[in-house]
Design a protein around this ligand. Structure first.
Ligand code: ADP
Ligand code: MG
Length: 270
C-alpha cells in the first residue's frame, strides 16, 4: 500500500524547487580489448525537479544510470552537458572551491555501510569527522554526534566502538547519522537499504521517514526495488537506459503506469 496522508501533508510545504536537473548528459568511454572503445551513454533525457520537503524516488534496474545521475549532483561525476540547479544556482560550472559550501547542504548515504565507513575510526569520530573538517571544535562535534546517535536510535555507548562491531542495519544508521552531522537540506540516499535483510530494510526506512519529517529534509531516494520506493517516496521517476521514461506521484505511477517499461517493472514484483 502507498501511504497518502503524510505525502499530502508534506505537499503543502513542498513548493520551492530545491534541485532542478535539465539536460544532464554523462557518457563513459572505456578502453576495451585490442583498443576497442566502449561508449556508455549512462545518463541523457533525465530532467526532474525536486521540491522542498519532498522525497523523489529514482527507480529502475541495475545499470539504468541512477547512481551516475545522483553522483553528478555531488560532483563525484562530471557530466558533459546540462544544468544542475540548486536553489536556482547551476552547480555544474562551479570550481571545487566555489562548490564546497553546497557540499555541506547536500549529503549522501550509500548502499554499503561496510565500504563507506572507516574500520579504524570510532563511531563517534566517524560522525564528527565532517563537521571537524569544516572547522567545528572536536568536543562540540562529538557532543552533537552523541545526540545524532539518539536520533538514529543507537545506544550512546556506540560512540567509542568501531563499525565492524555493528550489524548491517546499525551501520546504515551510523551512515545516516554521519550524513546528518553536516545538517544537510538535501539527502541523497543511493540504495540505502538494498544490502539489508527485508525486516531490517523496513526498520531503516521507517527511521528515514521519521527523520525526514522531523528535520524537514528533501530527499532523492534511489532504489531498484519498487516496493521500497512505494514505502517512502512521494513521487517516483522511472529510469531506463539513462533516460527517465515516466515520473509522477508514487500512487499514480503504481496504479496506472503509462510507460511499458514501468508496467514491466511492476509486473515483475512477486
Ligand atoms: P545504476 O545505479 O542504475 O545501476 P549506474 O549509474 O551505476 O546505474 O551505471 C549506468 C551505466 O554506466 C552502466 O552501463 C554502467 O556500467 C556504466 N558505468 C557506471 N559507472 C561507470 C564508470 N565509472 N566507468 C564506466 N562505466 C560506468
Ligand atoms: Mg547504482
Amino acid at each position: 500500500a502507498v501511504p497518502h496522508g503524510a505525502a499530502e501533508a508534506r505537499a503543502v510545504i513542498a513548493t520551492a524547487p530545491v534541485l532542478e536537473l535539465r539536460g544532464v548528459e554523462k557518457t563513459y568511454r572505456r578502453g576495451g580489448f585490442f583498443g576497442a572503445r566502449a561508449v556508455v551513454r549512462a545518463v541523457h533525457d533525465a530532467d526532474f525537479t525536486l521540491r522542498r520537503g519532498e522525497t523523489l524516488g529514482l527507480v529502475g534496474e541495475s545499470g539504468s544510470g541512477k547512481s551516475t545521475l545522483a553522483r553528478c549532483v555531488v560532483k563525484l561525476v562530471e557530466p558533459e552537458q546540462g544544468t544542475i540547479a540548486y536553489h536556482g544556482t547551476d552547480l555544474r560550472p562551479l570550481s571545487r572551491a566555489a562548490w564546497k559550501p553546497y557540499r555541506q547542504r547536500i549529503q549522501m548515504v550509500f548502499q554499503d555501510p561496510y565500504a563507506s565507513l572507516n574500520p579504524r575510526r570510532t563511531v563517534g569520530d566517524t560522525i564528527a569527522e565532517g563537521p571537524v573538517t569544516h572547522g567545528e571544535p572536536r568536543g562540540k562535534a562529538l557532543e552533537r554526534a552523541r545526540e545524532l546517535l539518539r536520533l538514529v536510535q543507537l545506544d550512546p555507548g556506540a560512540m567509542d566502538r568501531y563499525p565492524h562491531e555493528f550489524s548491517g542495519g546499525q551501520r546504515q544508521r551510523i551512515g545516516i547519522a554521519r550524513a546528518l552531522a553536516m545538517e544537510p537540506e538535501l539527502l541523497i540516499a543511493d540504495e540505502p537499504v538494498s544490502a539489508l535483510d527485508v525486516s531490517v530494510q523496513a526498520q531503516v526506512l521507517a527511521l528515514l521517514a521519521e527523520i525526514r519529517a522531523r528535520l524537514g529534509l528533501t530527499m532523492l531516494f534511489i532504489t531498484h526495488d519498487l516496493r521500497v520506493a512505494a514505502q517512502i517516496c512521494d513521487r517516483v521517476a522511472v529510469m531506463q537506459r539513462g533516460a527517465i521514461v515516466e515520473q509522477g506521484p508514487t500512487s499514480e505511477v503504481f496504479a496506472a503506469p503509462q510507460h511499458p517499461y514501468t508496467r514491466q517493472l511492476l509486473d515483475s514484483i512477486p
